[in-house]
Design a protein around this ligand. Structure first.
Ligand code: GLN
Length: 328
């Protein structure tokens, strides 16, 4: 597809996002998550797409302003913050960076280390939440909220109903937290780590917010629209690496093969992709496949990766630099 900007017409990115939306909006496969009761209230038809550039621009289609909870996408950001706050070696002493090849909520640790495989599955993210509590005490959630808000470029809020719903029903995560305590990966109480974890998962965002947060990662940790410093430079590199290898749970290998950009998904239906030094891309559609990834989200990213040549190892065109004239 030839992409060029003309001031009198919608930007090519907007036209592209709308065509991707139309291409996939009749796909009704998958189920809205219901194991957290409050999530089952989401409208299954919601479908939003957004792309934010490191030039500070935002392009959207469909329900890009519909709110939903960030869920597991928060794990990428809390990992990034833990690297900064606790230091790289302290983080890596508690959690690995190897794909687990298992479901996000698996009760399964690396047998060689007794530690969670990576920070993108629940066990790893609860460990990271515990580390943030250890370092920051009762200020941990405010710290996370401040930095995620800086990345999004607006003050984010907590979805209290989802937070309460998951706190009341998250027995499997409680089991994981107690095993982490027994293994020495948690040094704070399971309740303290889980409270931060449930709160971070219940932060309310839109596809536009997520795209901007992705653009902040793509822009070396600085929000390109506001200039706010949200994340540390080296932590951003390592976060994108773990998103690339582990961000889509037991679909991570397939995602890297087909789509080829660092990404993270959440059970509320969001997917965030990062095109380093170029774009943040986000989709929101709540119907999930059996691995917990948004069906329309994956389909949309496949189309976008093809159209824009986003795959990190694409050698049939100029790769991700293909879009570079359009991102400023
Ligand atoms: N809060 C959710 C849970 O712990 C997050 C899972 C997800 O988004 N994959 O189950």
């Amino acid at each position: 597809m030839a992409l060029e900007s003309r001031p009198d017409q919608p930007h090519e990115f907007e036209t592209l996002l709308e065509s991707v939306r139309l291409m996939h909006c009749d796909n009704h496969a998958g189920e809205v998550a219901s194991y957290i009761p409050e999530l089952s209230k989401a409208s299954p038809e919601h479908f939003g797409l957004a792309m934010a550039t490191i030039g500070g621009k935002l392009y959207t289609a469909g329900d890009a302003e519909a709110p939903f909870t960030i869920q597991s996408i928060s794990k990428a950001f809390t990992f990034c913050l833990a690297l900064e706050v606790a230091g790289h070696s302290a983080v890596l002493a508690r959690v690995g960076v190897e794909p687990s090849g298992d479901a996000f909520n698996a009760i399964f640790f690396n047998p060689a280390t007794n530690r969670p495989y990576n920070p993108m599955v629940n066990a790893g993210a609860i460990t990271i939440a515990g580390l943030l509590c250890e370092e920051l005490g009762s200020g941990a959630f405010d710290f996370v909220m401040d930095r995620l808000s800086a990345a999004a470029g607006r003050r984010l809020t907590l979805d209290d109903a989802v937070y309460r719903s998951e706190s009341e029903t998250g027995h499997r995560n409680r089991a994981i937290a107690y095993l982490l305590l027994a293994n020495g990966a948690l040094t704070v109480s399971p309740d303290e780590a889980l409270d931060l974890y449930y709160r971070q998962c219940s932060i309310s965002v839109t596809a536009s917010d997520l795209a901007r947060m992705g653009a902040t990662l793509a822009n070396m940790g600085e929000n390109p629209a506001t200039g706010a410093e949200a994340f540390e430079l080296r932590a951003v590199r390592n976060t994108q690496a773990v998103m690339f290898t582990c961000g889509m749970y037991d679909y991570a290998g397939h995602w890297a093969y087909d789509i080829g950009v660092p990404a993270k998904s959440g059970v509320a239906g969001g997917i965030l992709g990062v095109v380093n030094r170029q774009l943040g891309i986000a989709t929101y559609s709540p119907r999930l496949d059996v691995k917990g990834n948004s069906v329309r989200g994956i389909a949309s990213f496949e189309t976008l990766a093809d159209e824009l040549g986003l795959h990190a190892f694409d050698c049939t065109n100029m790769g991700s630099s293909f879009v570079s004239t359009l991102i400023v």
